[in-house]
Design a protein around this ligand. Structure first.
Ligand code: PGA
Length: 252
């Protein structure tokens, strides 16, 4: 049985005061027992402080990105070792905003995935097609290419501790959620593609959906057999919404 995950991607939002308020609201109202795993991914500069607030709570800490290099003269970059040092357990790699706005290639994303695993952190690999690619019937081709880049570099064994997030680009921050059927179809495709390399690993790999998840649509999305939770953007900044989504994942 795969334990669902609900991960909050705060993106470039927040101030120290807002973060403190959000964490206070989340921790004070966090359920005594959550069947779903929960984590938040604040911007780099706030990781250490938010991590301190989360100590001794059931909420984990993740980062939104990482440098593919281990260390050295890479101005402005942050290494996986640094993320581990400040208490991160997870790192998002290949978010569509990194791929499309900052032109990160499949190969670079795969190297980031490897860098995260080399430090025994759990990567959350984002994959997903743009609207034009879906309209051209190329969704599976695009997702397969993004996934294969990681499988080729790191091997299927790398997914034992890794998580995948299917995030159709057209659904992110737009209010246009994929239908549960659309999500399930791509999730099943991803699982089958992993199964072609290793059936046991495929069964255990958690595949999250991301893109305009709200309390009102979370339950239906999470009830799909291959949807193992969600990567939440906008709704993760509101404690009430994020906790409602967590509850939906937990009662799956
Ligand atoms: P959204 O973002 O929930 O605001 O659509 C999801 C994401 O980008 O991870």
């Amino acid at each position: 049985m795969r334990r669902p995950i609900v991960a909050g991607n705060w993106k470039m939002h927040g101030t120290r005061a807002e973060n403190a308020r959000l964490i206070e609201e989340l921790t004070s109202r966090f359920p005594d027992q959550s069947a779903a795993e929960c984590l938040v991914c604040p911007p780099f500069v706030y990781l250490q402080e938010v991590g301190r607030m989360l100590r001794d709570t059931p909420i984990g800490l993740g980062a939104q990105d990482v440098c593919a290099e281990a260390q050295g003269a890479f101005t402005g970059e942050v290494s996986a070792a640094m993320l581990k040092d400040v208490g991160c357990g997870n790192v998002i790699v290949g978010h569509s905003e990194r791929r499309w706005i900052y032109h990160e290639s499949d190969q670079l994303v795969a190297r980031k995935f490897a860098a995260v695993q080399a430090k025994s952190l759990a990567p959350i690999l984002c994959v997903g097609e743009q609207l034009s690619e879906r309209e051209q019937g190329r969704t599976e081709e695009v997702v397969a290419r993004q996934l294969d880049a990681v499988l080729s570099l790191c091997g299927v064994g790398a997914l034992e501790s890794g998580v995948i997030a299917y995030e159709p680009v057209w659904a992110i921050g737009t209010g246009h959620t994929a239908t549960p059927e659309q999500a399930q179809q791509v999730h099943a495709f991803i699982r089958e593609r992993i199964a072609a390399r290793d059936a046991k690993i495929a069964l255990g790999t958690r595949i999250l959906y991301g893109g305009s998840i709200k309390p009102g649509n979370a339950g239906e999305l999470f009830s799909q057999p291959d949807v193992d939770g969600g990567l939440i953007g906008g709704a993760s900044l509101k404690a009430e919404e994020f906790l409602a989504i967590l509850a939906a994942a937990g009662s799956r």
